[in-house]
Write a protein that binds this ligand. Structure first.
Ligand code: DC
Length: 213
């Protein structure tokens, strides 16, 4: 079983993907962490988001350290800002395609794979068995992200997080290559007034229902 989960920042797509992975024994890839690992590498190398050139960013993919993917170092706002800049570059996106497809295609010991990101159902895995698009109001998402960062010990203010998130949303939705939008056939879930349990239940329901047809 191959599942594609796309959606906006802090919409709950990562939480949903992790829970579906555990429930259906699927290998899980948070594809945003690829762009974040690249962003971290570029920031550490001294590049600034407003100065970074596309060929250089694309070439730097061969030097990134994917073991950083599970670490708090890639979860800062600075990294998120750089990630949204490099994620708008077609050459960067192209260089990540094969890795994501290979991850989905070869999962020994698992019943399949689930990838979450922005373009999984539309570009990376258009033939996925199930597709979800997760979204929520900007203010609600900014509130969630503020609490998440504060719980992780970072001193951030709601207004700043909201502004950054709004800028990043715009970059993700308006870029020419693989803009954030619901893929054809995706079940759209608005999580503004739903908790994680309700979102998970809705997704499992959808999968079970479709499987019976
Ligand atoms: O989901 P996230 O916040 O970790 O994603 C970081 C950035 O990477 C964000 O700007 C969206 C971008 N991204 C993307 O363009 N395509 C993906 N498949 C995953 C993330």
């Amino acid at each position: 079983m191959i599942i594609a989960v796309d959606g906006s920042a802090a919409s709950g797509k990562g939480t949903l993907a992790k829970r579906l992975a555990a429930h259906f024994n699927l290998a899980h890839l948070d594809t945003g962490s690829l762009y974040r690992c690249l962003a971290l590498h570029l920031l550490k190398s001294g590049y600034l988001p407003e100065k970074i050139e596309e060929p250089l960013a694309a070439a730097a993919i061969r030097d990134i350290d994917l073991s950083m993917a599970g670490t708090p170092a890639i979860r800062t706002d600075e990294v998120a800002g750089m990630a949204s800049v490099v994620a708008a570059m077609p050459m960067v996106r192209q260089n990540f395609v094969a890795f994501q497809r290979q991850f989905a295609g070869n999962r020994p010991g698992h019943a399949g794979a689930i990838l979450d990101g922005r373009d999984i159902g539309s570009v990376i895995l258009p033939d996925a068995d199930f597709k979800f698009f997760i979204d929520a109001d900007l203010e609600e998402r900014a509130g969630r992200r503020t609490r998440e960062l504060q719980d992780a010990g970072q001193s951030v203010m709601f207004r700043d997080v909201l502004e950054d998130m709004s800028d990043r949303d715009r970059r993700d939705r308006e870029r020419n290559t693989a803009p954030l939008k619901a893929a054809d056939g995706a079940l759209i879930i608005d999580t503004t007034r739903l908790d994680a349990d309700s979102v998970f239940a809705a997704a499992v329901n959808h999968i079970e229902h479709q499987r019976k047809q």
